[in-house]
Write a protein that binds this ligand. Structure first.
Ligand SMILES: [Zn+2]
Length: 426
């Protein structure tokens, strides 16, 4: 008999096959951290004109590699589908992120003695939010970013930007053009790279023998301990511990030389590295953090075991609260429409019957609907016009900044809340 199997009509073609091996060390992947079901791309906001059209949902499942301990999402969506010209994330809309970028520039200029003879390259430079401060100090700087609309915004700030995906080929080209760099910076970009080994090989190629690489990313330990499951989405391929970073860096001749813990994005690491052929000194902070991670059990499966159950608890808690609020006739809305808000909304199947609307400062999102859940997005003025009873702050990492901005909503008695790591009134 011939094979009679035909694909189910509901299955959309995946542009690439799901990853079955680790994107860092290539070991087979068999351990699920959490299965979040099906979700659309979390930054694909829907135009009102498309409200009657369908959209594609992809599996969203995080796996943990027991070879190198990289946590990762399967390769379900091709990167050029994700980072096209409509990618709406502009870093400059967050005041606290801009302040963070400015402090970073001050610290690096000081630490690395950067001046007009230096070369600084930022990979994932977005709208030039960080490099603008390097340029203002007269330090030759170049951004690399695959998204044309954010690169155009960077050019308006005087930040020259190469529109491309960073990797070994781009690094070789830049070195040939005189951009062998004293500082290669990357903030929240390494997690969004599908081909991790090519990206790290590019960092090692681009940095000069005496230069420094700094990469910032949300710390996996914080994600697990604080139950930040909404930072899991298709655009966010990798979730790093220092143990996992050291492993991929070593493969490409980079030595971790220092590490700082930052409060950004709920708890991030800034990892410094240099080429091994430059005989770098290693600060005590590196062994100290590696020892702490191992003590917590980052390199054991036990560390990851309770996460999925805790995520289910958060989902039930939030949905129960929203249903009760609705039964009591309360109006509940959300502040902020970040990508990660959409992981939470889709996973918990929260639509506009439970959360009437979202507001966001980014005008690109106004008049659009959230992917999957189709909740309308308005400018923040909408809050004062409708005076909701409860405002759920979606970007919990900015809860203090946003609660301060929303102080005026206390006048009509609005309650400000976050859902993660547990439902809390601020
Ligand atoms: Zn691995």
């Amino acid at each position: 008999m011939t094979d009679t199997h035909t694909p189910s009509p509901v299955v959309a073609d995946a542009p690439t096959a799901p990853v079955q091996t680790c994107r860092s060390c290539a070991a087979p992947l068999s351990h699920t951290l959490v299965d979040l079901g099906l979700s659309p791309l979390c930054e694909t906001f829907i135009d009102a004109a498309d409200a009657e059209r369908g959209e594609v949902f992809y599996p969203l499942r995080a796996m943990v590699c027991d070879g190198c301990w990289l946590v990762q999402v399967g390769d379900y969506v091709a990167p050029d589908v994700i980072f096209d010209d409509t990618y709406p994330y502009f870093a400059s809309y967050s005041d606290s992120w801009l302040a963070h970028a400015r402090r970073y520039v001050d610290a690096m200029v000081d630490r690395l003695q950067l001046d007009e003879s230096s070369r600084v390259v930022e990979v994932g430079s977005n709208d030039g939010y960080m490099l603008q401060y390097m340029v203002q100090r007269g330090i030759p700087s170049l951004g690399v970013d695959p998204t044309a609309n954010t690169a155009a915004a960077a050019k308006e700030k005087g930040v020259d930007t190469l529109v491309d995906f960073f990797g070994l080929d781009v690094a070789k080209r830049l070195v040939a053009e005189g951009w062998s760099a004293d500082l290669v910076a990357g903030k929240n970009v390494m997690a969004q790279v599908p081909d991790l080994n090519d990206f790290v090989a590019g960092l090692a190629e681009l940095v000069s023998p005496t230069g420094t690489v700094t990469i910032e990313f949300p710390h996996l330990v914080t994600m697990i301990e604080e139950l930040e499951f909404d930072t899991i989405y298709h655009e966010h391929f990798s979730y790093f511990s220092l143990v996992a970073v050291q492993d991929v860096y070593a493969r490409h001749g980079l030595v971790v030389t220092d590490v700082e813990e930052l409060s950004t994005h709920g708890g991030s690491l800034r990892v410094y590295a240099q080429r091994s052929d430059g005989n770098p000194d290693v600060a005590p902070s590196v062994d100290a953090l590696l020892a702490r991670e191992r003590e917590l059990g980052v390199d054991t499966l036990a560390f990851y075991e309770d996460f999925a159950g805790d995520v289910a608890r958060i989902r039930h808690e939030l949905v129960g609260f929203l249903q009760d609020a609705r039964a009591q006739g309360k109006h509940v809305v959300g502040y902020g429409a970040p990508g990660k808000g959409n992981t939470l909304l889709n996973h918990a199947a929260i639509r506009s019957d439970l959360l009437e609307y979202l507001v966001d400062r980014n005008p690109v999102k106004h008049g659009r609907l959230t992917p999957g859940t189709r909740i309308p997005i308005f400018p923040p003025d909408r809050l004062a016009e409708t005076k909701p009873d409860v405002i759920l702050i979606m970007p919990w990492n900015l809860r203090e900044e946003i609660a301060a901005q929303l102080a005026y909503t206390r006048e009509w008695g609005a309650e400000l809340m976050v859902a993660i790591p547990q439902l809390t009134t601020l």
